[in-house]
Design a protein around this ligand. Structure first.
Ligand SMILES: O=c1ccn([C@@H]2O[C@H](COP(=O)(O)OP(=O)(O)O[C@H]3O[C@H](CO)[C@@H](O)[C@H](O)[C@H]3O)[C@@H](O)[C@H]2O)c(=O)[nH]1
Ligand SMILES: [Mn+2]
Length: 733
């Protein structure tokens, strides 16, 4: 096999790809581990047939080991051929006039959870890309339908006329003004000071407006936009309002004061909403932007961004072009995905919000196959990808929406704007292919995962681009209740895929082959982790109470099989994590959060999903808050102290596990003197859980601050645990 692949454009190598060295070792280990699993399955089957122990216990253990084996297989598929890529944007030689046009989509949905100033900063950071400004169009989709967001973007447009020339002249690297002015590395000369004052001024105006909750007309400085806010009539609500499209800046006319720099397009879009039609959350917003942008600029390259993900490196689009314009791969290449990176994560990432496995480790694994999945932000698409498989173009219902059409009309032209309003209407998609065959796909709360998956099934490939300097930086949830409710949404979203007729295990394997299909199952079946977690979290513990042993004894050879499989799987997980630049403490927190998620997000996700399937409730997209105004909470986060406020029923099962395991440990240690080492494996498991639960005990009894475990939860968990232990009598005795 060729070890080192190079790709050249006109004689220059623009990107290279090299397999990770660990792959060979991993493949050998995979064989060994598989033998271990086969042996374990034999052991379970044997106990079932010979009834050496209770059938119920053996069946439960067998069930959880089957799930564990399946999850292990999904990880292994992504470990067989991981690759690392490098690209060389400095060698990209096309002349600026040959650069393709770029449409950037930014989504926002709530001015209070996603502060308008943050949205403005994100927009400014991409407007200031090192890229021909007349080729950039930034579209902001506002599902919150908020005049405050529009106001912030107007201010951003005004400020950009100073900010963009400043960045380009001084080769500034941090192009989000908030980031630039909050670090101390910026020069203190007149020009910078002046600009800083302007920024502070804009910031205070925007924040003032957000505090007052309404745009006051005397704050609107631009005459051109004064009437716009009249659209927010008394009848206007975020769930029921007409389409609003505003061209806030226009590259055909707008320049900076010195008339040297052209300004990129900046367009505000809030699609029509009505209570009686479906909106499909972010996927619906993105499809609206796809159509509106097709009508206005129709750029062949599209970047999608969450409103908190600012650009951290101005050369990023050129980096993506190294792949997207490579004649050798471009025809089948659907998108180039950058990892999600976050700012302000605590030192050891206490809530495991970096998602190293999700956003990095698995990505390089996918990249050696057909390419990484789409993660919703930081992704450069080729527009063509949204219109059917590479070899089978699906035509949109309007000619103006065809991906290869040259958009050469003025974006502020009457007919262009009229059509743009039309395609943003809430009934526009009725009886069309949008969401099913073209555009971002509907039907899952994780539209990103689902869309990427369906594109791969169609035969598109993708590339993972992970430069040393993070291309984008965003916000991660910073309190436990935010974390678990974000994960609950994800859990529901993936269940909508795994239990549908497009399940990766059937449809995926059939369309993409075994490795990709099973690899995708890791996400799709993510919530199924709860089965082994619940069984291993409660069953052996209850058994200790009744003096029953569920695992093999120390003198038994099977004992060592358990030890080998447990340590083997954990060690490999740790190795993955550390090889991709993680720390040991970070890994420990990561695996602990995995346990916590199992007992909260996955469990409640399953319940909600079931209720929805039975038509007893509906799902919403519970937005992650990006506004941190609780100072005490931020402090606890920085000190890495678990935060259980505000109270949530999701904390209940994990508290129960904590209590059961502690009791079992005490009882088990006590029993050790009477039973000898009979229950050693059980005790090891229980101690492991207890060590993981230390922060819960602390939050339950030792702490007094607002982040302690609410007493209600502790009490209720205590009662439920008692009932559980009592009921163990019926099936364990
Ligand atoms: O009705 C909606 C709901 C959300 N959003 C936007 O979607 C983005 C993601 O929302 P967030 O609350 O930040 O969710 P996260 O869980 O942090 O996001 C991850 O998971 C989402 C799917 O659940 C993906 O869409 C995101 O790209 C991915 O980063 C934000 O920009 C929102 O403004 C909308 O535009 N319309
Ligand atoms: Mn987010």
């Amino acid at each position: 096999m060729e070890r080192h692949r190079k790709h050249s454009v006109g004689g220059t190598t623009l990107h290279t790809c090299r397999p990770c060295r660990r792959a060979t070792l991993y493949r050998i280990y995979a064989v060994v581990h598989t033998c271990g699993i086969v042996a374990l399955m034999y052991h379970h089957a044997h106990s079932l047939l010979t009834r050496t122990s209770s059938t119920l216990i053996t069946s439960l253990l067998l069930l959880s080991d089957i799930v564990l084996t399946f999850m292990w297989a999904t990880t292994t598929c992504l470990r067989l051929n991981p690759v690392h890529r490098s690209e060389y944007p400095e060698r990209y030689e096309a002349k600026p006039e040959d650069f393709p046009k770029l449409d950037v989509f930014i989504c926002t949905a709530d001015p209070y959870k996603e502060p308008p100033l943050m949205v403005a900063n994100t927009a400014l950071s991409v407007m200031a890309y090192d890229y021909p400004a007349d080729k950039i169009s930034v579209y902001v989709s506002d599902d919150g339908g908020s005049s405050l967001t529009l106001f912030a973007l107007m201010e951003a447009a005004k400020f950009s006329k100073h900010w963009l020339p400043f960045c380009k002249k001084n080769n500034v690297q941090d192009r989000s003004p908030e980031v630039y002015f909050s670090t101390n590395s910026h020069p203190k000369d007149d020009e910078a000071n002046n600009l800083k004052m302007m920024y502070e001024d804009m910031k205070s105006r925007v924040e003032h407006m957000v505090d007052s909750g309404k745009v006051k007309s005397d704050f609107v400085t631009c005459d051109q936009f004064r009437g716009v806010f009249d659209l927010w009539t008394n009848k206007f609500t975020r769930h029921d309002h007409p389409t609003i499209i505003q061209v806030l800046q226009n590259s055909e006319m707008d320049m900076d004061d010195t008339k040297k720099y052209v300004m990129p397009n900046l367009i505000y879009v809030s699609r029509e909403k009505s209570k009686v039609s479906q909106h499909h959350f972010k996927a619906g917003a993105l499809n609206t932007l796809l159509r509106v942008s097709a009508v206005m600029t129709n750029s062949p390259v599209i970047l999608t961004q969450d409103c908190d993900m600012y650009s951290n490196d101005p050369s990023t689009p050129v980096r993506a072009l190294c792949y997207l314009t490579d004649p050798e791969i471009k025809s089948g290449l659907g998108y180039v995905q950058f990892p999600q990176k976050f700012q302000g994560i605590s030192k050891n990432d206490i809530y495991a919000c970096e998602y190293k496995r999700l956003f990095e480790i698995n990505m390089i694994g996918f990249d050696g196959l057909m390419g990484p999945n789409y993660v919703g932000t930081g992704c450069f698409f080729s527009r063509r990808v949204f219109y059917g498989p590479p070899s089978n173009f699906i035509s949109p219902e309007l000619d103006e929406l065809r991906p290869n059409r040259i958009a050469d009309k003025l974006i502020k032209g009457q007919d262009v704007l009229a059509l743009a309003h039309n395609v943003a209407g809430c009934n526009y998609e009725c009886n069309t292919n949008w969401g099913s065959k073209i555009g971002f796909r509907y039907g899952s709360l994780v539209e990103d995962y689902y869309t990427g998956y369906r594109l791969h099934c169609e035969g598109w490939r993708s590339v993972f681009c992970n430069p040393e300097k993070a291309a984008f930086c965003g916000d991660a949830p910073k309190s436990l209740s935010d974390v678990v409710s974000q994960q609950k949404r994800w859990a529901i979203g993936v269940l909508q895929v795994s239990l549908s007729r497009y399940s990766p295990i059937t449809y995926g394997v059939k369309s993409m082959g075994l490795l990709m299909g099973i690899g995708y199952c890791q996400y799709a079946f993510w919530p199924f982790w709860l089965i082994p977690l619940f069984i291993y979290g409660f069953l052996p513990q209850l058994a200790i109470f009744y003096g029953v042993s569920v695992f093999p004894k120390t003198y038994d050879l099977w004992f060592w099989l358990y030890i080998f499989l447990f340590f083997g799987a954990y060690a490999q997980d740790l190795l993955d994590f550390v090889l991709e630049g993680g720390s040991y403490r970070g890994w420990w927190n990561d695996q602990r959060m995995w346990l916590i998620r199992g007992f909260s997000s996955f469990f409640f996700g399953f319940i909600e999903f079931t209720l929805k399937t039975l038509n007893l409730s509906t799902h919403g997209f519970n937005l992650t808050s990006k506004a941190n105004d609780d100072e005490e909470q931020s402090k606890r986060y920085e000190q890495e102290i678990f935060d259980f406020g505000p109270s949530s029923p999701m904390f209940l099962p994990m508290t129960m596990v904590a209590i059961v395991n502690l009791l079992a440990l005490v009882l088990g240690l006590y029993g050790l003197f009477f039973w000898g080492e009979r229950l050693l494996l059980e005790l090891m498991l229980v101690s492991f859980v207890v060590v993981n639960c230390l922060p819960i005990y602390e939050a339950m009894v030792l702490r007094k601050d607002n982040g302690k475990l609410p007493q209600k939860i502790g009490l209720l968990a205590g009662i439920l645990t008692f009932v559980l232990i009592m009921s163990g009598y019926f099936f364990l005795k």
